[in-house]
Every structure is written in structure tokens, then in C-alpha cells.
Design a protein around this ligand. Structure first.
Ligand code: A3P
Length: 288
């Protein structure tokens, strides 16, 4: 099947042209945030869909009706993607929004806003592997080549949405002490979903009763989500996402990178990571 990998370049960063236009990217940089907005920020493959599902369920107090009937992109749209303005017309209540944009691109729009921002980060070795397999099945992204080639592009920041290192460092270094900012990791959610849910619901000032919390956890578990067509992307036509080449809800594991990285690739990664992350306080769980 032919690839639909048109690229859009904005602020020196490449974006999949299938979902982004110069106009939609400008719309995002000029986004009019409302105080009640909730914005999920992630580098791709870091647990975006998981957090979209968790927050949808928190806002519905555990009732899965919306998460089972509305696709994630319609209830938590990416503000930089072309369809966002139309979707926003239909959103009610606190708007749940999503972005993969780097800090420097979105910071002016967020300046002075009281919108709540939840940043989800994931250990980058698992991000790379997840991203690599996603490229293989998502026809609107470039062919990733071999894993070695993809790793090298990732380390150079020459992948869609730019450098992972810049993304996590700029968001966290600049926003970490802001009351409206919550930092959480994929690994923390994986290890302690209950604690993570408490953290998020407290941050959103939406405390849940025990049975509501139990329903949220059940409905945003990997096993439930992998069979929910509203979040597993099986609604997307085959020519855009080829599900015969892999699943969006692939493995959902911590430390799965060991099954793809060679020892040498892991070493190459570690050297770059150690040099690029010297000015960050972040630490990651690499294995479970
Ligand atoms: P894998 O490819 O490692 O399986 P994003 O939504 O940011 O694109 O991230 C997708 C990754 O999150 C995929 O990782 C997917 O399986 C994982 N994921 C989604 N929902 C999850 C859940 N409920 N539990 C664990 N992992 C989940």
C-alpha cells in the first residue's frame, strides 16, 4: 500500500501533513485557552491515549458511556490537527484537549492561562520502540527503515514532532513549579494506576467515590482499551493505519525495549541520553 507521508515543516519541526497544515499549526500556536481547559501534553507514544481515556472517565465519574461511544480524537482533540476547530464547537463542559507540540511553540498561547496541563512522559527507549512499530503500521508516517536507522533519526531529533530530549526538558524545566502543571510518567501509571488516578483526580479537583474509581481503572486498563474501538484506532481506514502490520495498542509494557535494542544500540542511546539530559532532573524507570 502506498504511503501517504506528506510532511509539514513548522518552527523547524516536521509534522505529519496528513493531520497538520500550516493553518492548523498556526491555529494551535494562537490557541485561546479557557481557564477550565485540561490539556494533555505528550511526546508521541508516551501514553497519550491512556491519559485521554483516564481523564474522560474521571470527568464522567467512571461512567464508560462516552469512552465507549466517542473516539478519543473527538472527545480530546489535538489542538494542532486540522479538524480541531470543528470538534471544539461540539465539546461541552471542561474541554479536554491534547497536544504533542513542543514547549517553545505553545508557550506564548499558554502564557497567563489557568488551563490545567498534564504532561505524561515515558522512558525514551520504550518510546522509540513504540514509535518505530507505529511508523510501520501508520501509512501517514514515513517508512522508518531499519531500527538502527530510526534510532539514529530519533537521537538526532529528526523524527516527527522533533527531539524527545527538547520536548521533555523544555516542558518540565519551564513548567514544573507551576500550580497548573502536573507531571506524571507512563511507568508510574503502569506500576500504580490507583495512585496515579488519585493524583490526576486531585489535580483536576474531581475526587471520586470508590466504585467510580474502580470503574475508571477497569475501563482504562490495557485489556479493556485494546478491545475498545473508540481508542484502539481500528476505526481508521486500512489505507491510513494498516492493522495487518501491527496494532496501535501493541504491548503496553514497561521495559519492552530490551526485545528490540541490541546491546550496542542501548549503549549508543545511553551515551547520547547522558549528555543531553545533564540539564534535567528527570529520572526514568527503564525496566520493571
Ligand atoms: P506500546 O507500543 O509500547 O504498546 P500514545 O497513545 O502516546 O501513542 O502511546 C501508545 C502507547 O501506549 C502504546 O505502547 C500503547 O500500547 C500504550 N498504551 C495505551 N493504553 C495503555 C494502557 N491502558 N496501559 C498500558 N499501555 C497503554
Amino acid at each position: 500500500m502506498a504511503r501517504l507521508d506528506v510532511t509539514e515543516i513548522f518552527h523547524g519541526i516536521t509534522f505529519p501533513g496528513h493531520l497538520h497544515t500550516q493553518e492548523s499549526l498556526c491555529y494551535a500556536t494562537d490557541f485561546k485557552f479557557q481557564d477550565a481547559d485540561i490539556l494533555i501534553v505528550t511526546y508521541p507514544k508516551s501514553g497519550t491515549t491512556w491519559m485521554q481515556e483516564l481523564i474522560t472517565l474521571v470527568l464522567c465519574r467512571g461512567d464508560p458511556k462516552i469512552s465507549q461511544t466517542q473516539p478519543n480524537w473527538a472527545r480530546a482533540p489535538w489542538i494542532e490537527q486540522y479538524y480541531c476547530p470543528n470538534i471544539l464547537k461540539a465539546l461541552k463542559g471542561p474541554r479536554l484537549l491534547t497536544t504533542h507540540l513542543p514547549y517553545k511553540v505553545l508557550a506564548p498561547a499558554l502564557q497567563g492561562s489557568k488551563a490545567k496541563v498534564i504532561y505524561v512522559a515515558r522512558n525514551p527507549k520504550d518510546v522509540i520502540v513504540s514509535y518505530y512499530y507505529f511508523h510501520k503500521m501508520a501509512n501517514f508516517l514515513t517508512d522508518p527503515g531499519t531500527f538502527s536507522e530510526f534510532l539514529s533519526s530519533f537521537l538526532d531529533g529528526k523524527v516527527y514532532y522533533g527531539s524527545w530530549f527538547d520536548h521533555v526538558k523544555e516542558w518540565t524545566n519551564n513548567e514544573r513549579n507551576n500550580d497548573h502543571f502536573l507531571y506524571i510518567t507512563y511507568e508510574e501509571m503502569w506500576e500504580d494506576l490507583h495512585g496515579s488516578l488519585e493524583k490526576v483526580s486531585q489535580f483536576l479537583q474531581c475526587p471520586l467515590l470508590e466504585h467510580e474509581s474502580a470503574s475508571v481503572k477497569n475501563n482504562c486498563s490495557f485489556n479493556t482499551m485494546k478491545d475498545n474501538c473508540m481508542v484502539n484506532y481500528t476505526l481508521i481506514p486500512q489505507e491510513i493505519m494498516d492493522h495487518s502490520k501491527g496494532r496501535f495498542m501493541r504491548k503496553g509494557q514497561v521495559g519492552d525495549w530490551v526485545n528490540t535494542f541490541s546491546k550496542e544500540q542501548s549503549h549508543i542511546f545511553d551515551v547520547v541520553y547522558n549528555s543531553k539530559m545533564v540539564d534535567s532532573m528527570l529520572t526514568f524507570v527503564w525496566e520493571r
